[in-house]
Design a protein around this ligand. Structure first.
Ligand SMILES: Cc1ncc(COP(=O)(O)O)c(C=O)c1O
Length: 372
């Protein structure tokens, strides 16, 4: 008999939502978040050329990544390359940081609503999540009263801008988080995709922090719409002595895995550029504008969104968010995500991706509006 770990003990039974999806193929997919299937421009020749660099035939392991690749990431983010650690993905970066900061049984503060993968990323490292809430008051903000670390809390997670609420971190939020005196893990994968003009107290990045300890995460997955290339990064920022200590320990973790492939590192400078990031930025802006125009005068509210690839629809409270999502699917063939996937409260909410091609997005929104 095999015994498996409790950390992999997730219930595999498909829930009502997954069963309904299987039974009703969608005609309009408003959950599309795979950029490589979103009719975006890629410079295929430049990507192929960069990946074919013969330098990749030599294995030259560096725990934090090849110096040229770290320099390319550092230049894109305007930080010191010595503070850049390459990983295969942002997801892997979370795993390394939980190993760095937590022992089994420790916990980390995590925003709610936010990215659902945190449950698995933490559980696989033997770490628990302790939620703090974001609340909507015309803008999404950290509810400071819910920032309640325990004896074993080792870090606080931030997603800037957040998925799916689209709010950037603001100075008041940062002050509440800093007051905890915990390392901050700040996921900035959506940072290049601003959807509103910056207000005075927006904190666009923690990559330049000079006090405390912060780990800023990003990757090609969203930066250049290239999730299949498997290149992510951690920028370590904060008080120099704490940064140095963190890097020393991270180096051992990184050296144990050496998980970033040579071809993608040699191609990094080319992959960070190209036409795809501006095209995604234009796409999400156009779709958000179209969404706002389409819902004007209807019973649907689109809460303020400042950045990222998603928007929320707040619906009339005549049914819950899953019932709304099922209604859209069954009656109009429109696939959206119910808000509970992201731990949204105060709805009902559904979440739509702003990434689909403009025509598909508009058709999906129109079909959805027919059921409200
Ligand atoms: C907030 C957030 N972080 C990280 C990721 C995944 O990034 P990666 O592909 O680098 O693991 C996603 C993917 O949707 C995301 O929404």
């Amino acid at each position: 008999m095999s015994r498996f770990s409790r950390r992999t003990d997730f219930d595999p039974t498909p829930n009502a939502w997954t069963r309904a999806r299987a039974a009703h193929p969608a005609r309009h997919d408003l959950t599309l978040s795979n950029p490589t299937r979103a009719a975006l421009p890629y410079d295929a020749a430049a990507i192929a050329r960069a990946l074919a660099d013969p330098a990749a035939l030599t294995y030259a392991p560096h725990p934090f990544g090849l110096p040229a690749a770290r320099a390319a990431v550092a230049a894109a983010l305007d930080v010191d390359p010595a503070r850049v650690v390459l990983t295969a993905s942002t997801s892997e970066a979370y795993g390394w940081l939980f190993k760095l900061l937590c022992d089994a049984g420790d916990d980390v503060l995590a925003p709610a609503p936010s990215y659902p993968l945190f449950d698995h990323l933490a559980a696989f490292e033997g770490v628990a999540l302790r939620s703090y809430r974001l609340r909507y008051t015309g803008a999404w903000e950290v509810d400071a009263a819910t920032l309640t670390p325990g004896r074993r809390t080792r870090a606080a997670l931030i997603v800037n801008p957040n998925n799916p609420t689209g709010n950037y971190l603001h100075a008041t939020d940062l002050a509440s988080l800093r007051a905890l005196d915990l390392p901050l893990i700040c996921d900035e994968v959506f940072a290049p995709f601003a959807l509103s003009a910056p207000d005075a107290d927006r904190v666009p990045t923690l990559a330049h922090a000079t006090t405390g300890l912060a780990f800023v995460l990003g990757g090609l997955s969203k930066w250049a719409g290239l999730p299949q290339m498997k290149l992510g990064w951690i920028v370590v920022a904060g008080a120099p002595a704490r940064v140095a200590q963190a890097l020393e320990r991270l180096e051992l973790i990184a050296d144990t895995y050496l998980s970033v492939s040579a071809p993608v590192q040699h191609a990094a400078a080319a992959l960070l550029g190209g036409p795809t990031q501006p095209a995604i930025a234009a796409r999400v802006r156009a779709n958000l504008a179209a969404l706002r125009a389409a819902v004007a005068g209807t019973a649907i509210e689109v809460p303020r969104v400042e950045g990222g690839w998603y928007a929320l629809l707040r619906l009339p409270a005549v049914r819950d968010d899953e019932a709304w999502a099922l209604r859209f699917l069954r009656e109009a063939g429109v696939l959206v995500q119910p808000g509970w996937f992201y731990d949204l409260e105060g709805g009902p909410y559904v979440v739509v991706s702003l990434l689909p091609p403009e025509g598909d997005f508009a058709a999906g929104v129109e079909a959805l509006l027919g059921c409200v």
